[in-house]
Design a protein around this ligand. Structure first.
Ligand code: ADP
Ligand code: MG
Length: 246
């Protein structure tokens, strides 16, 4: 497990059609503790995906620095995109294997498939999977590399509530078995309360941190809706400004 230090001085998208460039992120500093589960909560379009793309190295056009681990220049970062992005011509198992070095342990894939309840589906092609199953494959693929940092970009959007709940519970089980440092993006406050050790609230244009709020509900109390709801009510009473960020 690894300490993560994010320091983005500025990220600007040049605008081709509009006269002005778009300042997407400014003066953004965030550190994650080893094994910490942090939820980023902010409105649609505030710059969350932009941030994850910078952290993982897909976007290098910014000012600042990203430190994951510190010792080496190529940290292992797992990335669960909003869209599962499975290769349609590969089976579930092959999609997972593609993320791994050749000759990786097959036991570890078996174990992940088992926790995510996908052992029966490992030899089928993605077209036969429901969205919820595809999302679970994407989560396995990200965990399988044993990442030093796991990025998740609204991975439960467009799922019905029972499916989202099931996958959330499986994710937490996996994370408790194999603790990783996680940065999880959502615009759903209840989802953040259910998952996070700490929530980080964001404003938009440019994206900046408004507040850090720890979630002090015990993990085994979080599937009780009443606990989530009372935490949420207390939060909105104590920090009314958060309402404008949801
Ligand atoms: P979020 O993930 O929080 O919904 P994004 O990171 O996708 O937000 O986008 C943040 C802002 O940057 C939005 O205003 C969006 O329109 C703008 N943006 C995103 N990608 C590009 C791009 N490639 N070129 C110009 N503007 C972009
Ligand atoms: Mg996004």
């Amino acid at each position: 497990m690894t300490t993560v230090d994010i320091n983005i001085i500025s990220k600007i998208y040049p605008q081709k059609e509009r006269a002005q460039a778009h300042a997407a992120i400014a003066d953004f500093k965030l550190s994650l503790n080893p094994g910490e589960f942090v939820c980023l909560v902010g409105p649609s379009g505030c710059g969350k995906t932009t941030l994850l793309n910078i952290i993982v190295g897909l976007d290098t056009d910014y000012q600042g620095s990203i430190g994951v681990g510190g010792q080496h220049s190529h940290p292992r970062i797992g990335y669960v995109f909003q869209n599962p992005r499975l290769l349609p011509w590969r089976t579930v198992r092959e999609n997972i294997e593609l993320a791994l070095p050749p000759a990786s342990s097959t036991d570890q894939i078996d174990a992940l498939l088992d926790v995510m309840q996908l052992s029966q589906m490992q030899h089928v092609y993605p077209e036969r999977l429901s969205l919820g199953m595809s999302r679970r494959v994407a989560i396995i693929r990200a965990f399988a590399i044993n990442p030093e940092l796991l990025l998740m970009d609204e991975p439960f959007v467009s799922l019905d509530a029972p499916t989202a709940r099931q996958i959330r519970e499986l994710l937490v089980k996996l994370w408790q078995q194999r603790p990783h440092t996680v940065l999880f993006v959502t615009h759903d406050l209840r989802e953040a309360i259910r998952l996070a050790d700490r929530m980080v609230f964001l404003s938009s244009a440019p994206m900046q941190i408004v507040s850090h709020i720890p979630v002090d509900i015990a993990r085994n109390q979080r599937e009780d809706e009443a606990n989530i709801e009372s935490f949420r009510q207390r939060l909105l009473n104590d920090y009314p400004a958060i309402k404008t960020l949801l």
